[in-house]
Design a binder for this molecule. Sequence first.
Ligand SMILES: Cc1ncc(COP(=O)(O)O)c(C=O)c1O
Length: 468
Amino acid sequence: MTHPSSESDLDDVFATGPLLHRAPSLQFPALEREPPEVYQLIHDELLLDGVARMNLATFCTTWNEPEVQQLMAESLDKNIIDKDEYPQTAELEARCVRMLADLFHCPAPTTTMGTSTTGSSEAAMLGGLAAKWRWKARRQAEGASTGSPNIVCGPVQVCWEKFARYFDVEIRQAPMNAENLLTPEQVLDACDENTIAVVVTFGQTFTGKFEDVAAISSALDDLQNRTGLDIPIHVDAASGGFVASFCAPDIVWDFRIPRVKSLNVSGHKTGLAPLGSGWALWREASDLPKELIFNVNYLGGQMPSFTLNFSRPGGQVVSSYYNFVRLGREGYGRVQAANYAVAKYLAQGLEDFGLFEMIFSGDPRKGIPAVTWKLADPNTPFNLFDLAEELKTRGWLVPAYTLPPNEQDVTVQRIIVRHGLSIDMADLLLSDFRSALKKLNSRPPSRSLLSDEGTSYNHDAVAAIPSL
Ligand SMILES: Cc1ncc(COP(=O)(O)O)c(C=O)c1O
């Protein structure tokens, strides 16, 4: 029999220390505590967070191989910015940039500029800033004013609204149309001599659809021929870049289009890296203005820095390199194809309920592995927010939200199919949808019953949904 090495080893973790009290929350704690007690306290609180893999709202990685977890743990103390101190982590970052430059068809992949970031928001801002500086230099050379830069885009992720506000750029956001996609006509209507870039989203946040980079680029070619205005494109490929490159390689959206001067991708979304990973890339080194590159020598050696953050963890880059080498084009293709298959399965299952109109069903040629839908009948006695609440009782997070202007009256619901959502889990999810729909059908939320007059909604159809 082994004996406890100290008196405190005898104590039950729940019968002593912090677990006998409410958790500190208002003042900085005065005393030290034993690590296992504090661990238990925090571990238990985090039970309330739910299960990340059942969060079908997020685009971000929620499943990692054990090797990734190990490399993350081994990199815990490495700061990516200390390139002199951790030269091999820096080398892995440089290799990743070259690999991505190759994947996204940079004309000179070995000399192009690119960097890891904390995610697509930071990468998007770097792309936007470079566009602003290039535009400013050109305008100054022409002796023209540089007072009112603008970006032109469709319904973008909030990072572009942040970019516009934080960096004093007007955002000209084309409203949502019935197709939910930015059109060349909308772009041409909004562009002028102060447009620093058109932002095209390749894997739209609201629906998952790809905007047509090639069509928008050729409209801008026409504009240039007619007016001389040469407006670059930044592609926000946060979630589309790491799927189309493998599953629909003939869609031309990246540096194959000369007008695309920069792009961002999220390592931590379809790139399959753990949270905290993004990438910004420029077509050619000259597309990243020198003014944005800072050289510092106080960490040893001369180091160029062109990110918004300075210190950042190194593990995300190390894990990205692991994924690129581990999976290659073949493996990424298989993982993403499996995700598309699950998206298709879910889309079919949802359509079979007969209640939903599909907006996007995860077609690899049209968007990312995602499914988006709305209620087919506006008289349905419950809405998609009610359905989302009902699914939450089983642990699923399937968000309902309204579309941006001009489609703000349309409520949609969306599932992002990520690495780790198997057909088996999709089946369980559909079964929970079925139960939720039956419950909402037999006991609709009372506010809806008040306005039930003249409904064409078919209660019998829901009642007839077979059980699993
Ligand atoms: C199209 C698009 N761009 C940018 C972002 C922001 O990316 P991150 O969360 O990596 O900062 C997202 C996030 O969902 C997105 O969907």
